[in-house]
Design a protein around this ligand. Structure first.
Ligand code: SF4
Length: 466
């Protein structure tokens, strides 16, 4: 659900931006209408919505908190979950009546790309269908909608540009997401991203660094660089900055205290990234390195481009760093052809790597993916059994790893306040959640030292060390 955060438009944008798509933009205060933007899915989708909101705000729209109050309703969809398209159509059904009140309804994101113009057939009350690879044309598409066009589409994926905006309306006042690479050139057999988000396009290092400086001026102290394969970054400018050089340059921007990046692909993860983390404390002690399976045979079927042994070499680089770096991953259980022995290899990988956290999923086929043609051979109950075993094992690993931190003191960026008095929450640089007690009056957005007094598998408990 889109959250409202009241950051002044002028503060973010300065003068009204010109429209690069060739459509005249209005002065920012000539309110054109109101919009409601609902978002589902990953961080990339969250951040796309922040940029879409920025485009709308800069055209004079005002964001509202309910579909009822909006003249434009946008639904930013995700196809990572099973039956995503079905869920989208059922939600669009709820919006059907609203169109009769003259509201304009649009579908954005992966399901828009996946279903394309069929959406107009199944939900004729929808006026805009736009995949994420076409967001850079949004101003043009909005102008067409404003001119009364009832069927506007943006479904190209062969773009060589990234979606950059003059302004982005960010949800979090301390941590800013920043997409540095869009799309994906890998071809994992289960994944719809190359189809929905198109080929890889990297943003220029100049433009990234310019935005980081602006973010710092606005008071953001943590930036998270995003990409489906963030470490495949390839600077299109003559500077040809490598990903690790870019990380260091971002960390050098005055006012920036923490730099994160996600998601890294193991095949492109090299020693220079670990060396950059070692040399610059502002680069967070955390790498998210999805493995997906512990079996080389299953990895081959998934077209992941590395074996278990090659993955473990990358883990060795990270675990061998001069300071501890937390390691997290993603795992799919029940991929077509995964035997009990293959699954046991995934469990043994957990034992060997000792991940600090993981996201785990049961395999389910997605439209427009190569694995759709494979027989989904593992029964649903068996997938559930494997998932439960995997999660139990990981819970015990996390319990032990977190417990080993009791007595230590960490810097925490305070990002939440509990309803319980004097209770706060935040993140360590290793991205652990810490709930802690403090008598201080106002800590939100500040960095404090917290001594860990207790641990659960999913979080640390502590007290403010002053
Ligand atoms: S690397 Fe594989 S899983 Fe990740 S976005 Fe690309 S195709 Fe999908």
């Amino acid at each position: 659900m889109g959250k409202l955060f009241d950051i002044g438009l002028q503060q973010l944008t300065g003068p009204a931006p010109g429209d690069r798509a060739g459509v005249d933009a209005p002065a920012p205060n000539s309110a054109r209408g109101t919009f409601f933007l609902e978002t589902f899915g990953c961080q990339m989708n969250d951040h796309d919505s922040e940029k879409v909101a920025g485009v709308l705000l800069s055209r004079g729209y005002r964001q509202v908190e309910s579909a009822e109050a909006a003249s434009l309703i946008l639904y930013n969809t995700c196809s990572i979950r099973e039956k995503a398209a079905q869920k989208v159509f059922s939600r669009l059904g709820e919006y059907r009546e609203k169109q009769k009140d003259g509201k304009i309804i649009g579908v954005l994101g992966c399901v828009a790309q996946q279903e394309g113009e069929d959406i107009f057939e199944r939900a004729p009350w929808v006026s805009l269908v736009c995949g994420s690879a076409s967001y850079r044309k949004l101003p043009q598409m909005l102008a067409e909608l404003e001119a009364g066009n009832h069927r506007v589409t943006g479904l190209d994926t062969d773009t060589d540009e990234t979606f950059e905006t003059e302004m982005t309306r960010r949800d979090n006042p301390w941590r800013a997401y920043l997409t540095i690479i869009e799309g994906c050139d890998k071809a994992c057999s289960y994944c719809v991203v190359p189809f929905t988000r198109g080929p890889e396009r990297s943003r220029s290092s100049d433009s990234i660094l310019r935005e980081v400086r602006q973010l710092s001026d606005l008071g953001y102290s943590e930036v998270q660089l995003l990409g489906q394969t963030v470490n495949s970054y390839s600077d299109p400018t003559s500077r040809r900055m490598s990903f690790s050089e870019l990380l260091l340059a971002v960390a050098d921007v005055p006012g920036i205290r923490r730099v994160r990046f996600t998601t890294s692909h193991p095949s492109d993860f090299e020693k220079d990234i670990v060396e950059a983390i070692e040399s610059q404390p502002k680069l967070c002690d955390h790498v998210h390195l999805p493995v997906q399976s512990g079996s080389s045979k299953v990895l081959r079927a998934m077209q992941r481009t590395y074996s278990r042994e090659e993955y473990l070499e990358k883990v060795g680089m990270i675990r061998g760093a001069k300071r501890p770096i937390a390691l997290t991953t993603d795992i799919i259980v029940g991929f077509p052809g995964e035997t009990e022995a293959d699954f046991e290899e995934t469990l043994s990988l957990l034992e060997e790597v000792q991940y600090d956290s993981l996201f785990s999923f049961k395999y389910s086929p997605r439209p427009n993916t190569p694995s759709l043609s494979m027989t989904d051979s593992i029964p649903e109950e068996e997938k559930s059994r494997r998932l439960a075993l995997l999660q139990d094992k990981q819970r015990e690993i996390q319990r032990a790893r977190n417990s080993s931190l009791v007595g230590e003191t960490f810097e925490v960026l305070v990002s939440g306040k509990s309803r319980r008095e004097n209770q706060w929450a935040g993140y360590t640089t290793s991205h652990r959640v810490v709930n802690f007690a403090s008598q201080a009056q106002e800590l939100l957005g500040t960095y404090v030292q917290v001594r860990v007094t207790d641990a659960t598998p999913n979080s640390l408990l502590g007290e403010h060390a002053v």
